[in-house]
Design a protein around this ligand. Sequence first.
Ligand SMILES: Cc1cc2nc3c(=O)[nH]c(=O)nc-3n(C[C@H](O)[C@H](O)[C@H](O)COP(=O)(O)OP(=O)(O)OC[C@H]3O[C@@H](n4cnc5c(N)ncnc54)[C@H](O)[C@@H]3O)c2cc1C
Length: 439
Amino acid sequence: MSLLGERAIVAGAGIGGLIAAGVLSEFFHEVLLLEKDALPLTPGQRKGVPQDGQIHVILKGGDNAFAAVFPGFRECLAVAGATPLEFGKDLQTYEGGRRHSPKSTGIVVHSQTRPLLEFTVRTLLAKLPNVRILDQTRLMDILRAPDGPVTGVAITDKDGQRRDLAADLVVECMGRSGYTGRWLAKNRGRMVAETELGIDLVYTSALLHRTAAWRGRNFGWITRPTAPHNTKSGVLVPIEGERWMMTLSGRFGEVPPEDEAGFLAYAKALEDPHVHREAKDARFATPITSYRIPRMIWRHYDQVADFPDRLIPLGDTIAGFNPLAAQGMSMAALHAITLRDALHGGLGGLGGAQGRYMTQAMKIAADAWSLGEMLDFAYPQAKGTRPDDLAERLAARAAVFKLAAHDKEVRGLVFEVQNMLRPPSALQDAALLARAFAV
Ligand SMILES: Cc1cc2nc3c(=O)[nH]c(=O)nc-3n(C[C@H](O)[C@H](O)[C@H](O)COP(=O)(O)OP(=O)(O)OC[C@H]3O[C@@H](n4cnc5c(N)ncnc54)[C@H](O)[C@@H]3O)c2cc1C
């Protein structure tokens, strides 16, 4: 394929930036990936991703996207020690007020810490000869021709020098704070419309050494609270190094403690005993840390008049979700695949690529948002504009989940939607709903 341009710049080497850089290597002579942090040479936490000490599950939709861009992705994760888990079978889930016995779905993903996932993808990316990762390099500004397309970025490099870098395409993946929105407001006087949903959620996590009975075994436990009375959730999943990642969460003032005794006591108060039963005799491998997520936020870049050409926002800068649905990294990965499709559709030029990308990227965000808001609006304390059909949607969701407990096909469909392999509309089919309400 002929190249679309000399240089593309990706800002932010988090999950979205890593996969976007992999995609762009197909289309540009050179790809520069800018990251303000010093990137560790081994799997390690870093300041620019403050959420990386918490559980990070990559759904099947995201897993497929990474495997499509980086052949060998799954094998590399497995070699690094990530644990394969089959949704439904290797994860015992308590949800909707009952425990579901393990059943096969065929949907297998890997479980690992976020630092291991990033490190694995960085290693795969470093093998691409036309990609350069410039760490300790901070994007300071996006440059554009007067009333024309974006032409590059201004940076502060490793040595503290400020300079400009020209680019044919700039992809902004700098995370939840939404740099593109702030840049549009400052430079173009365009306020980006935002949808917010106050979820007031706290995640608290630690790594534990697996007990002898569970070493070498791939099995985990998830307890989801029954809304609206309970907000406590808990997860215990195997990760690299024969350890468990244990995450507890609470919301609307319910906060899991950061001391070991308090943390285990909180686990004991979950609706289902399994997480506590398995974890209580395990040794803690790390301190316990918390991360607060006050709100979900969705920026409607597609509604901005004259959005500058050759600028692509991707990942959390578009929408940051409730992590309980584990959608963020997979959405970023699906955005990257959308970018690839949009560039392929360019037939020899960059013209129109941004419009094609934006429409589809927003649809992916909208689907993820509609799944996420069902988790949140089930609680009256969640702050935001409730959809007019909320009661019907919550009732339909509960009915389909009930049917799924007995019907293998419906259970498979639910897992596919939750894994971002199908849109949420797949669960709104009239025939399916009629069967669900008849149970
Ligand atoms: C507690 C918690 C748990 C989560 N659990 C899950 C989960 O289980 N599954 C899941 O899929 N998602 C999960 N998420 C969401 C996930 O973390 C994000 O969706 C994902 O990281 C988004 O990727 P991104 O590339 O858009 O942003 P990020 O991964 O946040 O990366 C942004 C990058 O930009 C860099 N940067 C910022 N400013 C600059 C600058 N000026 N110049 C250069 N670089 C810059 C940062 O250092 C960082 O590396 C969770 C989120 C939270 C808060």
